[in-house]
Design a protein around this ligand. Structure first.
Ligand SMILES: [Zn+2]
Ligand SMILES: [Zn+2]
Length: 299
């Protein structure tokens, strides 16, 4: 009996604190709730190089630097988003993508701590920029909300967990009064999968999905937080309703960026390739959800 209890406890312990890295399967030297090895974490790097002044997307190195004016990506040149500036930590690839998937699809909540620290680093330039939040004494911080159905299914909103972890860092480094609120912005309807949709179709699909409690945002500077930005249609729609409700300016920060430029979204031929990549990512989402169902929460 004692032997049986010991074995049962051992397997529970192994599930909560696996002895190998959840990403590369290498044996772990130290037990931790996250159970991702230092080598995998060290491979997560910030985006470097030229970026769009408005949305923060990386630009091909051949992009001509504007004479005197800001350098913008093709999408922002065509039409500016409803948010003033966006910033992301790293490309939505490899270890960073896997870490986000651990949180979203395998319920490894401790991943939010690492992701929040990365997000805080991405937010720092927004707090120091003159056309950013440099002059704002107090900032309203809002996570992009999930629809209630999705929230029940997942059990948490990943953007909210990441934002809470980031705020612990940002409160110290920014010296500003950061007011975190999850009762301001709501997602009132679930949206269709955006697979294969054009930029305009994505915008139509998400339009009207969010609602704002008006009295909270009038005259405020808002920092909107999400895990990943792709075309920016979701955060731009959130920014649009916040501005319509009187927000002074909206800034966006995400942990990862699925770059339009690197996926060549600007040309018709590669828009198909982009749709393909998106489709693969949605399939991943379905597989991730199935995995969660099969394995249950790990942390
Ligand atoms: Zn590893
Ligand atoms: Zn841009």
């Amino acid at each position: 009996m004692a032997k049986f209890v010991g074995a049962a406890l051992g397997s529970i312990f192994a599930a909560v604190f696996p002895s190998e890295c959840r990403l590369c399967r290498a044996p772990l030297a130290n037990l931790s709730r996250l159970s991702v090895c230092d080598e995998c974490l060290a491979k997560i790097n910030p985006i470097t190089g030229l970026r769009c002044h408005v949305c923060g997307d990386s630009l091909p190195s051949a992009t001509p630097v504007a004479d005197g004016g800001p350098t913008l990506c093709a999408a922002c040149r065509q039409e500016l988003p409803a948010f003033a500036h966006g910033s992301s930590y790293g490309a939505y690839l490899d270890e960073l993508r896997e870490l986000i998937h651990l949180l979203k699809y395998q319920q490894v909540r401790s991943a939010a701590g690492v992701l929040g620290r990365l997000l805080a680093q991405a937010a720092e330039p927004l707090f120091s920029a003159d056309d950013g939040l440099a002059a704002a004494e107090s900032v309203l911080v809002l996570p992009v909300p999930l629809h209630a159905g999705k929230f029940r299914e997942r059990g948490f909103n990943q953007a909210e967990l990441i934002a809470q972890a980031a705020l612990r860092e940002l409160g110290r480094s920014s010296g500003r009064n950061l007011e975190f609120d999850t009762t301001v912005l709501f997602r009132r309807r679930a949206t269709e999968s955006q697979v294969g949709m054009s930029r305009e179709q994505r915008r139509e699909n998400i339009r009207g999905a969010f609602t704002v409690s008006r009295e909270h945002v009038a005259g405020r500077e808002v920092l909107l937080i999400d895990d990943v930005m792709t075309t920016g249609a979701t955060v731009s729609e959130c920014a649009r309703v916040l501005r319509a409700a009187g927000a002074k300016a909206v800034f966006v920060v995400t942990v990862a960026r699925s770059s339009r430029q690197s996926s060549g979204f600007s040309t018709a031929a590669s828009a198909t390739a982009f749709a393909g990549a998106q489709e693969a990512s949605y399939r991943e989402e379905a597989v991730g959800a199935a995995l969660v169902g099969a394995r249950g929460p790990l942390a």
